[in-house]
Design a protein around this ligand. Structure first.
Ligand SMILES: C[S@@+](CC[C@H](N)C(=O)[O-])C[C@H]1O[C@@H](n2cnc3c(N)ncnc32)[C@H](O)[C@@H]1O
Length: 176
C-alpha cells in the first residue's frame, strides 16, 4: 500500500459506512449546486453518466430547466417519474454510447456529472478509464466535470472541493 493509500484508508476507517455514504451524497449535492452557479450564462448541454434511480438526474433537471440533459445508462431502473424522454436517454453500455456521443456532441458538454461507481474497485478503475478517455472530446471550454471516481483528464485542472464538503472521495475537474 502506498503512503497516500494508507493515509486515505486510515481516514476512512474513522467513519462508518453510513457516515461515508452521508458525506458522499452531501458532496454530490453541494458540488452540483456549486456547478449550477459556475455554468450559469455559459452555453452547452449537460451529461448525466449513470441514471441509477434518477436522483441526481431529478436534481439536475429541476435546477437546469432550460438545459438539454442527456442521460447515459445501460438500463432504466429509476423512479418512474425520473425517466428521461427517449431523445435524451442514451441507453447502452458506456463503451458503446460514449463513443457515439463523441461524434454527436464534440465540444458541447458544459457540465458532466459522472456517477457510475460501484463497490468493486476493479470495475471502478475500468469505468473511470472509459469515462476519462471519452470526456476530452466532449467537453466545452471551461466545462465542469463532477465525478464520484478519480478520472484521468490530463488537460483539465482538478479543482478543490467546496470548503463545507466532508468527503474526500469526490472530484471536480475543469477543462481549459
Ligand atoms: C451509482 S448508480 C447512479 C446513481 C444515480 N446518479 C442516482 O442519483 O440515482 C450507477 C449507474 O451507472 C450505471 N453504469 C455503471 N457502469 C455502466 C456502464 N459501463 N455502462 C452504462 N451504465 C453503467 C449503472 O447501471 C447504474 O445505474
Amino acid at each position: 500500500m502506498t503512503a497516500v493509500q494508507e493515509a486515505q484508508s486510515n481516514r476512512e476507517d474513522r467513519y462508518s459506512r453510513l457516515e461515508r455514504l452521508l458525506f458522499r451524497l452531501e458532496a454530490q449535492h453541494q458540488c452540483l449546486n456549486w456547478a449550477f452557479r459556475e455554468i450559469k450564462d455559459r452555453p452547452g448541454v449537460v451529461f448525466e453518466l449513470g441514471l441509477g434511480h434518477g436522483r441526481t438526474y431529478d436534481h439536475l433537471r429541476r435546477h437546469l430547466p432550460e438545459r438539454e440533459i442527456f442521460v447515459f445508462d445501460r438500463e432504466v431502473d429509476c423512479f418512474p417519474d425520473c425517466t428521461p424522454d427517449a431523445d435524451h436517454l442514451m441507453l447502452g453500455k458506456f463503451s458503446d454510447t460514449l463513443p457515439q456521443a463523441r461524434a454527436r456532441f464534440a465540444g458541447q458538454a458544459i457540465l458532466v456529472n459522472s456517477d457510475a461507481g460501484t463497490y468493486d474497485d476493479g470495475y471502478n478503475r475500468e469505468v473511470a478509464a472509459l469515462v476519462s478517455a471519452s470526456l476530452p472530446d466532449l467537453l466545452a471550454p471551461g466545462a465542469i466535470v463532477l465525478s464520484d471516481l478519480p478520472l484521468n483528464l490530463p488537460q483539465a485542472r482538478r479543482l478543490p472541493l467546496p470548503a463545507t464538503v466532508r468527503s474526500e472521495q469526490f472530484f471536480i475537474y475543469q477543462s481549459p
